[in-house]
Design a protein around this ligand. Structure first.
Ligand code: C5P
Length: 324
C-alpha cells in the first residue's frame, strides 16, 4: 500500500473524528412541577439505542479564530432544525469555543441523520453530545468531566445523559442527575414514529395547561373541555430495572409517561393510533419522551424486525433496533 493510501485509510478510520450519536427511549417519564427556571423535575429511565446519526468533523480553516459562527455543518437527511442558529451541533462547537477562550481553527461537521427528528428519541441532543466530543478531539482540548457535564447541561436537558456515555440510566432533576444502569441488551425495540412533529417545549406547555386545570367559565363553573384529565403531579416511583421481561415491563410502563395527556391534547389521534398498534402487534405500546414515537418491546432484535411488517400506519417511520 502506498503512503498516500495508507494515510487515507488511517484518516478514514480515525475514531476521534467520526462518531455515532445514538438515540434513546424513555422507559417511563414522571414529571413534577414546573420550576422557577421554566423546566420541570423529571424521573425517567433512559435507554440508549443502536439506531444512530453519524457525525464526522474535519478542520476546515488553518487561521484560528474566536468567531462563534466560524464552524460549518452539512446535513444529509432531514435537518434537525430549519434555523442553523438553533442547530445543536453548531451550538456545541460554539460553546466549546467560548469555554476554550482562545482562537481555534474552523471545524466542518457532516451529519448523516438516521434518527427521526422531533420524535422523542433525543436525536438532536445525541448530536450535541457527539459534537462536544469530536470538537474537543479536533481542537486538542482535554475536557475534565465536570466541565463536560456543565457544557452538556447548557446545551439541553437530555444532553447530560448522552454526554455520560452510558447505555442506560435513571435520569432525574431537569435531566442532569444521571445514575448509570446496566443495559437490557437482549431487548428488541420496534419504534413507530407517526407522521407528526412535536416540539418538546410545546408538549410541556400543554402539560402545564392541563395541570392548571380547565379555565373557569363565566358562570364560575369549570368549563367542560372534553380533554383528557390533567396528569397527576404526584409521581409514583418507576419500576426498577431488575426485570427486563418485555411484556411485563411494557405493561407496567404503559401508563407511566406523564406527558401522554399533553401529547394527546396536541395530537388527538394518539389514543386511537396506539390502540390500533397494540391490536396489530399484540402487545402493549409505550410513548417515549415527549412523543410522538411509540415503542413496542420484544425479547430480541429479530422479534422486533419480524413485527415491523405488521405496522399499518400510513406515513409512519418504522425502525427495529435494540439497546446499545
Ligand atoms: O432542555 P431542552 O432545550 O431540551 O428543553 C426543551 C423544552 O422542553 C424547554 O424549553 C422546556 O419547555 C421543556 N422542558 C421542561 N423540563 C425539562 C426538560 C424540558 O419543561 N426537564
Amino acid at each position: 500500500m502506498s503512503d498516500g493510501l495508507r494515510g487515507l485509510v488511517r484518516a478514514k478510520v480515525d475514531p476521534g473524528l467520526r462518531g455515532l450519536a445514538r438515540a434513546k427511549i424513555n422507559l417511563g417519564l414522571r414529571v413534577g412541577a414546573r420550576r422557577p427556571d421554566g423546566f420541570h423535575e423529571l424521573t425517567s429511565i433512559f435507554v440508549r439505542l443502536a439506531v444512530a446519526d453519524e457525525l464526522s468533523v474535519s478542520v476546515a480553516g488553518v487561521a484560528p479564530t474566536t468567531d462563534p459562527d466560524a464552524d460549518m455543518l452539512a446535513v444529509v437527511g432531514p435537518r434537525p432544525t430549519p434555523d442553523p442558529a438553533d442547530d445543536l451541533v453548531l451550538r456545541a462547537a460554539a460553546l466549546l469555543r467560548s469555554h476554550a477562550a482562545r482562537p481555534l481553527p474552523a471545524l466542518a461537521f457532516r451529519l448523516v441523520k438516521r434518527v427521526p427528528v422531533a420524535a422523542g428519541l433525543g436525536g438532536g441532543s445525541a448530536d450535541a453530545a457527539a459534537a462536544l466530543t469530536l470538537a474537543a478531539t479536533a481542537w486538542g482540548i482535554e475536557l475534565d468531566p465536570s466541565d463536560r457535564r456543565a457544557l452538556a447541561e447548557r446545551l439541553g436537558s437530555d444532553v447530560p445523559f448522552f454526554a455520560a456515555n452510558v447505555p442506560a440510566a435513571r435520569v432525574e432533576g431537569r435531566g442532569e442527575r444521571i445514575t448509570p444502569l446496566s443495559a437490557p441488551t437482549r431487548l428488541g425495540l420496534l419504534l413507530v414514529r407517526p407522521p407528526i412533529d412535536l416540539l418538546t417545549a410545546e408538549v410541556f406547555a400543554a402539560y402545564d395547561a392541563l395541570a392548571a386545570g380547565p379555565p373557569p367559565t363565566s358562570a364560575g363553573a369549570p368549563a367542560d373541555t372534553g380533554l383528557a384529565p390533567a396528569p397527576r403531579l404526584e409521581s409514583a416511583p418507576l419500576p426498577g430495572p431488575g426485570a427486563w421481561q418485555p411484556r411485563e415491563l411494557a405493561a407496567s410502563l404503559r401508563e407511566a409517561n406523564d406527558l401522554w395527556p399533553a401529547v394527546a391534547r396536541l395530537w388527538p389521534e394518539l389514543p386511537t393510533v396506539r390502540e390500533r398498534l397494540e391490536r396489530d402487534l399484540g402487545r402493549p405500546v409505550l410513548l417515549t419522551g415527549s412523543g410522538p414515537t411509540l415503542v413496542a418491546l420484544y425479547p430480541s432484535l429479530v422479534g422486533a424486525r419480524e413485527a415491523a411488517h405488521r405496522v399499518n400506519l400510513p406515513g409512519a417511520t418504522v425502525i427495529a433496533t435494540r439497546p446499545a
